[in-house]
Design a protein around this ligand. Structure first.
Ligand code: ATP
Length: 325
């Protein structure tokens, strides 16, 4: 099967083509500004301006024509509504031209499934830590269940917020990782509430300590140690509760070597296996949308009606039936 996937939930617009499990091409562009932040209509305009060019590149890199495509898959949500609309409208237009079925998939689910496919894991605990998201997820009883999540902002955004205050530039995660190598531990609040975590107060405390003259290296080190330990604790409990034998780490924060080291060490202690997902597939990408579309299509999911196809900006991962799992 030849599937064309379209990603457009937030800052990234991308088109990928897969033949079954093989990636033939992937062409994306990410909206950026010097100031950081995203104004949804402005980001949507970026997607509109680039969509044809990215489609052309994906088709020519894959050496196929639009008419050869058997299935079109797009991100239906969650995400920014104006950006989702661009992807949905483009996907519907292309499905009409290619005379092929159209499927709208859950973006978070696509992150999990590409992680499972790339790492070859069967039934892991998923640690999904990106800019806006922080969730510990596992599949139980026919559904993905969120076992723990952030009660405020995602860890990536929390690190970026500290980076803004400390003048580290955007995104701050890589710089924080670098500075942490020279740092020592200072006490920060460790906030685990049941299976959930909260990063907002930790950042406020770090800001306060910075204003009082604490060394930025020490704060970077301590932020990493504290936040990663909180997530490792919740992950360990999810592994024990669900009796799983594998853990995979997905999302932009998966680039952090110290985080991987801590999860790996926790897994070794428990006799389970840790798998980081290669960075190329960790962040938003259209390959995962193509893969998810094929998974669902092959499981006989009903295709979208081209006349009534909609988006779902607040679609939670635990609202869908993962029957193909
Ligand atoms: P979302 O998909 O949740 O809307 P996003 O697409 O912005 O958010 P990603 O691209 O998955 O998220 O990840 C970006 C985040 O990862 C940024 O917040 C960035 O600071 C963080 N990050 C990147 N590299 C590192 C690193 N080495 N250490 C810690 N954090 C990192």
């Amino acid at each position: 099967m030849l599937c064309l996937g379209i990603e457009s939930t937030a800052h990234t617009f991308g088109v990928a083509i897969m033949r079954d499990k093989t990636e033939l091409s992937s062409a994306s562009d990410t909206f950026t500004t010097k100031e950081g932040g995203m104004n949804p209509p402005v980001v949507a305009r970026h997607h509109i301006e680039l969509k044809e060019k990215l489609l052309g590149k994906a088709l020519s890199d894959a050496k196929v024509n639009l008419e050869d495509i058997d299935l079109i898959s797009f991100s239906k949500g969650p995400g920014l509504a104006p950006c989702l609309h661009v992807g949905k409208n483009f996907a519907a237009e292309l499905a009409k031209k290619a005379k092929c079925p159209l499927i709208g998939v859950n973006h978070i689910c696509a992150h999990l499934e590409i992680g499972r496919m790339i790492t070859g894991t069967k039934d892991p605990v998923f640690v999904f830590v990106s800019g806006a998201n922080t969730q510990i997820i596992a599949h139980e009883g026919g559904r993905y269940r969120v076992f723990g999540e952030t009660l405020s902002i995602g860890l990536g955004n929390a690190l970026d917020k500290f980076g803004r205050i400390a003048g580290l530039g955007f995104p701050a995660g890589p710089k924080i990782e670098q500075l942490a190598r020279e740092g020592k531990l200072v006490e920060l609040p460790y906030v685990v509430k049941g299976m959930d975590v909260d990063f907002a107060g930790i950042i406020t405390k770090a800001e306060l300590l910075l204003k009082k003259g604490a060394k930025v290296e020490d704060l970077c080190f301590s932020l990493q140690e504290t936040c990663f330990a909180m997530l490792a604790e919740v992950t360990e409990r999810a592994v024990a509760h669900c009796d799983k034998e594998e853990v995979i780490l997905i999302g932009g924060v998966a680039a952090n070597k110290r985080f991987c080291e801590m999860l790996d060490s926790m897994c070794r202690d428990r006799g389970c296996k840790f798998h980081p997902v290669p960075l190329k597939y960790c962040g938003d990408n259209p390959v995962m949308i193509a893969w998810q579309g094929m998974l669902e299509h092959n499981y006989n999911r009903r295709e979208e009606d081209l006349g009534t196809v909609e988006i779902n900006p607040r679609w939670r991962i635990d609202e869908l039936n993962a029957e193909w799992y």
